[in-house]
Design a protein around this ligand. Structure first.
Ligand SMILES: Cc1cc2nc3c(=O)[nH]c(=O)nc-3n(C[C@H](O)[C@H](O)[C@H](O)COP(=O)(O)OP(=O)(O)OC[C@H]3O[C@@H](n4cnc5c(N)ncnc54)[C@H](O)[C@@H]3O)c2cc1C
Length: 408
């Protein structure tokens, strides 16, 4: 159905969102909420499938997104994380409140879709956006569902995940290949783990440049995964068999299913708007480089993108108003994302001895107290800054620098 008629041009929709992941759906919700006609296009048959996520979301982040999840999406709640060094030293990062929920991402995404539809968004699945076709200063898109058709809107949101195919075709900056790490994950049952603690395993031998994780999902089940520069599946299989602690946890485990994906460990792209288009979520690199988690910060910023588009559409599309988004996302998350990126770079440049030294001495120089007091799963920049301002921490850092990885 044709949408509003501004200045004599009738469009198919006010806005079209490409990709029904959390970023696209949250942007669409904001647009629909304001009475505009928004269409979400998703190439897969079902929203949320196939999934590629560990499902760990901070309770504070969900609150910030204004999301109160129904019970059937929540698989578990966790109160902290155990960080395990290459030689097996462990530190516990635990706070009084229930720090995070573990969700079923298939159900989470499907629920976000229903929520968006209830507010008026239209979602069409099994429909892939093939390309943007330039039309003077604006665009239409070529869409392949049962048939191939062209659609046109006043504004577009690109939320295509980490592939960045469409954004790249428009000359919008994309995430560097070297900042995309392959990830692999199993869902396992019959494991021997703490049911409310996430475990993160660091070390060059296990996961060079990143880490392996065990996330409990209740009733002796867990997601065990690993992301790193290469061979993530091989390395995960090896860790499950040979790593002192992981192999112990996995003794007798049954693999129920597996999934692969990509985590992003870089900085956000420097420009997220182009004419009447905004790029959001993983496509924009709005991801915590320290963990690859992108649902919360990607969601927070894509809501702002949706609002920016709705404001721009009120009097008739003005590209200049869409560009406002650049200022908005930067003021919300850029400092945080930068701090996490530098922390990730520092961690991944340490050799196993350096990591051991930092983790072993963490209690001594107040790292744990600072994290317990000021830590936030999503906004880690504040705590990283505090740690760097602590002279003892700086000394420990210098001590660890002796072990900077000579092979990098
Ligand atoms: C193994 C693993 C574990 C992770 N664990 C966590 C975690 O615990 N917590 C966390 O916060 N993050 C985690 N992440 C990251 C998280 O999954 C992403 O940050 C998040 O999914 C990004 O959301 P998005 O909406 O930007 O993209 P996506 O969720 O990737 O959604 C993009 C959607 O766009 C669709 N699409 C793409 N191109 C087109 C097209 N041309 N036409 C139509 N549709 C298209 C895709 O089918 C997809 O549905 C994990 C990632 C991996 C790989």
């Amino acid at each position: 159905m044709p949408s509003h008629d501004f200045m004599g041009t009738t469009m198919d929709h006010d806005a079209i969102v490409i990709g029904a992941g959390p970023a696209g759906l949250l942007a669409a919700t904001e647009i629909a909420k304001r009475g505009l006609d928004v269409l979400v296009l998703e190439e897969h048959e079902r929203v949320g499938e196939p999934d590629h996520c560990a499902g760990l979301l901070s309770t504070s982040g969900l609150e910030q997104l204004g999301l109160s999840l129904p019970e059937d999406i929540i698989q578990n709640t966790v109160s902290g994380a155990r960080i395990i060094s290459p030689s097996g030293h462990a530190i516990m990062i635990e706070r009084a409140r229930r720090e995070a929920l573990v969700v079923d991402r298939r159900r989470f995404d499907a629920w976000l879709a229903t929520r968006a539809e209830n507010l008026g968004a239209k979602i069409t699945t099994k429909t892939k956006v093939r390309e943007f076709i330039s039309k003077g200063l604006t665009h239409k898109i070529r869409v392949q569902g049962e048939n191939t058709t062209d659609l046109e809107a006043y504004a577009y949101v690109i939320a295509e995940g980490n592939r960045c195919r469409l954004s790249g075709s428009l000359g919008i900056p994309t995430i560097e290949k070297s900042n995309k790490y392959p990830a692999f994950q199993y869902e396992v049952s019959n494991v021997d783990i703490d049911e409310d603690i996430v475990e993160m395993f660091y070390g060059r031998n296990i996961a060079p440049g990143f880490f392996a994780w065990i996330i409990p999902i209740g009733e002796r089940r867990a997601r065990i995964g690993l992301a790193c520069k290469n061979k993530s599946r091989l390395r995960l299989d090896a860790a499950m068999q040979h790593h002192k602690i992981i192999a112990e946890r996995m003794k007798g485990a049954k693999i129920d299913r597996s999934m692969g994906g990509v985590v992003i460990v870089g900085l956000p792209i420097p420009r997220m708007t182009y004419r009447n288009i905004i790029v959001v979520g993983d496509t924009a690199g709005i991801v915590k480089a320290t963990t690859g988690g992108g649902v919360i910060l990607g969601g927070i910023t894509s809501r702002v993108a949706g609002r920016t588009i709705a404001e721009a559409l009120a009097p008739g599309i003005k590209a200049s108003q869409i560009q406002q988004y650049e200022k908005r996302w930067r003021s919300l998350v850029l400092d945080e994302l930068r701090m996490m990126y530098f922390a990730q770079k520092a961690i991944s440049s340490l050799s196993d001895k350096g990591l051991d030294s930092i983790i072993r001495d963490a209690g001594e120089y107040g790292l744990l107290d600072t994290i317990r007091r000021d830590g936030d799963m999503d906004l880690q920049g504040r705590v990283i800054k505090k740690l760097l301002g602590n002279p003892q921490m700086l000394l420990a850092g210098i001590r660890a620098i002796r072990y900077i990885n000579p092979f990098l």
